[in-house]
Design a protein around this ligand. Structure first.
Ligand code: PEP
Length: 245
């Protein structure tokens, strides 16, 4: 399956950071992978302009479940499309923790994203204590079943397995641990979507760097990566992307 490498800039990036996107455009000639950059809301429109006529797609990091309304400070999926986004990250653990987003909320956001024509990158992952209790597969399975709404398919959804304990910590699961969870996600997707479950891309996320990307991409059922810190500088992010070729 063609790999997808997505960068999550989180709450980093000013107009001067858009040069990083320019630098990635030079990589796209190989076209062996898809590249997505998800900057903060404020940069989406400018980022989409910079990425125009390249294979770098632009995504957002959240959206509101409704199309419009009295929701001060929120941004709808339709607004993201209008600004030039094609993807949106939903259910990231930082939103689940700091914004108390439940699986049910995530599912309504995914539906809103689909209605607007966005591809949703749905994040799931266990905490350190859940893994310690031997519950990683159970937790990830529960999140997946409840966060994926009706109407989701391989053409409008990507799953990102992001163990919470690995995000921003430098700690990475072993390849066997990654394969175990990814294969259980694949199984659940097939149960839910039938044959189409085989075509859904399952990304790994958590402390991916240029130095560990090739090993991670070589694991079974790993169809790309969701990258936080290492996506902020094009030189490091390019090293990860190249490992997907
Ligand atoms: C993330 O925030 O989605 C992430 C994977 O972060 P990092 O790569 O910095 O661990």
């Amino acid at each position: 399956m063609r790999k997808l490498v997505a960068g999550n800039w989180k709450m980093y990036g000013l107009a001067s950071s858009l040069a990083e996107i320019e630098a990635l455009k030079g990589l796209t000639g190989e076209a062996a992978y898809d590249i997505v950059v998800c900057p903060p809301f404020t940069l989406i429109e400018k980022a989409a302009e910079r990425a125009k006529d390249s294979t770098v797609a632009i995504g957002a990091q959240d959206c509101h479940p409704q199309i419009s309304g009295a929701h001060t400070g929120d941004v709808s999926a339709e607004m993201l499309v209008d600004a030039g986004a094609r993807f949106v990250i939903l259910g990231h653990s930082e939103r689940r923790v700091f914004h108390h987003e439940t699986d049910a909320v995530v599912a309504t956001k995914v539906t809103a994203a689909h209605t607007a024509g966005l591809t949703a990158i749905i994040c799931v992952g266990e905490t350190r204590s859940e893994r310690g209790d031997g519950k990683a597969i159970e937790v990830v399975g529960g999140q997946l079943r409840a966060s994926v709404p009706a109407g989701a398919s391989s053409s409008n959804m990507v799953i990102a397995y992001e163990p919470v304990w690995s995000i921003g910590t430098g700690l990475v699961p072993t390849i066997e641990q990654i394969e175990e969870i990814h294969s259980s996600i694949r199984q659940m997707l097939e149960e839910r979507l039938g044959e189409d479950g085989r075509n859904v891309r399952i990304l790994y996320g958590g402390s991916v760097k240029a130095s560990n990307a090739a090993d991670i991409f070589g694991a079974a059922n790993v169809d790309g990566a969701l990258v936080g810190g290492a996506s902020l500088k094009a030189t490091e992010f390019a090293g990860i992307i190249s490992a997907a070729a």
